[in-house]
Design a protein around this ligand. Structure first.
Ligand SMILES: *Cc1c(COP(=O)(O)O)cnc(C)c1O
Length: 501
């Protein structure tokens, strides 16, 4: 099995090379050249396995150069008692006969990105060995909040790697900032940049494209890489939990073997839901993949009309991890739906780059609608859904999950099918505590409280413990204090690398 670029350039590469390089040299994304499929019996037999065993089974065919022991090693390094605070890793909670919630946030940073970012460093280190890479890897991340902390936790103290995260000085929440500046580990660096997220992001792009910087870090034995969500090594671990949810539904007797289910996915960059599409193509009995968006509803419009148009106002919402207008992983779906027609994919991506817009024809739109359904929820609807879900089920959800639940309601109201449906819960309610507490207790009660008071208030009403990663955050030692000018990021990287052991 080889991996090829969605833009058609170059030869096929091994899974190890695809993971090591992240993005293809022609600017495309790597995808498996052949379809992996699982027989029904194999899918149904997952019900008797643990999450880790399920993960080994699903990942195995995608990593042909890895030995069985290496695949198992990566899985156990990623998903164990010290990284995931739940024995099932991604537990499934049944709200009623037709609706379950898949909790993807029991990892160290309380959001679903942990599932991929706990695994990626191990896949990356093995991939370096396999490709004969002698350098160490330096990961640079620009973050608006969630990804930075998840990447720090994933790479901390992983051999032969180092990670430096930049965040905008004004533009992350109090909790997010403290999560990063208190980060422990011998190979981690964190700095605040005076500016906004775009300044930070473009600063990193400049460093990546500057050969002089690469030469300088090479003197210390390092080479740049990225933990970005377009890396295949971040996508593939996400396929596992779709199979795992189905296996749990079987195990719990909620469905019978072969019954179709729907998945609702709160979507931003289209990485999570794309993993669901791959699961469906592999043979998992999925009817609809329901793409839930917030007010930045570029994907809902696309799925409904075939027109992708990012020329619209960017809206700041209370589900900020979905505030995205360019969903990079959509390119992989288009490549699959055109039966690997890279010329068409390239043309659309060029139009997106030049005009911010492209239109796919009726045939492709029909193919999209065969698998996907989409709608969006406003902030008002999101708040109402947090309240109603608590009233109805005594179950507390975060804002992103609430978007998913609201869009599921819209699906049912619009005459959608009656298959059992799983809503993917992408963050712990504690992670977005200000919005969740305000929805449940009212603004009057919460507006003057610190985020730390709110954690305790939320623990009281939900009856849940404050998650490990957020507990005692205010008391932890601040380790990373530097705040730098925008044009000093390069120097910060060099001085970080020179100080590594
Ligand atoms: C990143 C993120 C999303 C969006 O996932 P994509 O794979 O980018 O579509 C949704 N919810 C939360 C909490 C996230 O952190």
């Amino acid at each position: 099995m080889v991996y090829i670029s969605t833009r058609g350039g170059g030869q096929g590469v091994t899974s190890a090379a695809a993971i090591k390089t992240g993005i293809a040299p022609d600017g495309g994304l790597y995808v498996p050249a052949e379809q992996v499929t699982f027989a029904e019996e194999k899918i149904f037999s997952l019900a008797g396995l643990t999450y880790q065993e399920r993960a080994v089974t699903i990942l195995r065919p995608f990593l042909p150069e890895f030995t069985d022991e290496e695949v198992a090693g990566c899985v156990h390094n990623a998903y164990n008692e010290s990284s995931f605070h739940h024995p099932s890793v991604t537990p499934l909670v049944h709200l009623d006969e037709k609706l379950s919630v898949l909790e993807l946030w029991h990892g160290p940073t309380c959001a679903f990105k942990d599932i991929a970012l706990q695994m990626l460093p191990h896949l990356l280190v093995k991939s370096m060995e396999k490709t004969g890479e002698s350098a160490r890897i330096l990961i640079l991340v620009a973050t608006s909040g969630d990804t930075g902390k998840a990447a720090l936790e994933g790479f901390r103290d992983v051999d032969r790697t180092a990670i430096m995260v930049f965040y905008p000085d004004e533009g992350v929440s109090q909790v997010q900032k403290l999560q990063m500046v208190t980060q422990e580990g011998n190979n981690v660096g964190v700095a605040a940049v005076k500016g906004n997220f775009d300044d930070t992001q473009s600063g990193i792009k400049k460093i990546f494209s500057n050969n002089a910087v690469s030469d300088e870090i090479a003197q210390y034995g390092y080479k740049f890489s990225s933990a970005n969500s377009i890396n295949w090594g971040r996508l593939v671990p996400q396929i596992v939990y779709y199979f795992s949810a189905y296996a749990d539904l079987l195990r719990d007797g909620v469905i019978k073997a072969g019954d179709m289910v729907n998945f609702v996915v709160p979507t931003g960059n289209f990485g999570n839901i794309l993993a669901g599409y791959y699961a469906k193509m592999m043979g998992l009995p999925v009817n609809k993949l329901i793409c839930a968006a917030n007010a930045n509803n570029v994907l809902s419009d696309f799925i409904r009309t075939g027109i992708y148009d990012r020329n619209r106002r960017f809206v700041r919402t209370i589900s900020p991890s979905m505030d995205i207008l360019i969903s990079s992983n959509l390119e992989r779906l288009l490549f699959a739906l055109t039966e690997h027609n890279h010329a068409r994919v390239r043309a659309w991506m060029n139009q997106l780059q030049d005009k911010g817009r492209y239109t796919v024809d009726e045939q492709i739109t029909a193919r999209i609608q065969k698998h996907f359904w989409s709608d969006y929820a406003s902030d008002r609807e999101t708040i109402d859904t947090i309240k109603n879900t608590y009233r109805r089920y005594r179950y507390v959800v975060d804002t992103h999950t609430a978007v998913g639940l609201r869009v599921y309601e819209k699906f049912r109201l619009s005459g959608g099918d009656s298959c059992h449906t799983v809503v993917l819960s992408t963050a712990s309610p504690f992670k977005f505590n200000a919005s969740v507490a305000a929805a449940l207790l009212g603004e009057e009660q919460t507006s003057s409280r610190s985020e730390f008071d709110l954690l305790h208030m939320l623990a009281d009403i939900s009856g849940l413990p404050i998650p490990h990663g957020l507990r005692d955050l205010a008391k932890r030692k601040v380790i990373h204090k530097s705040v730098i000018e925008r044009d000093k990021m390069r120097q910060a990287v060099i001085s970080f690398v020179s100080g590594l052991k």
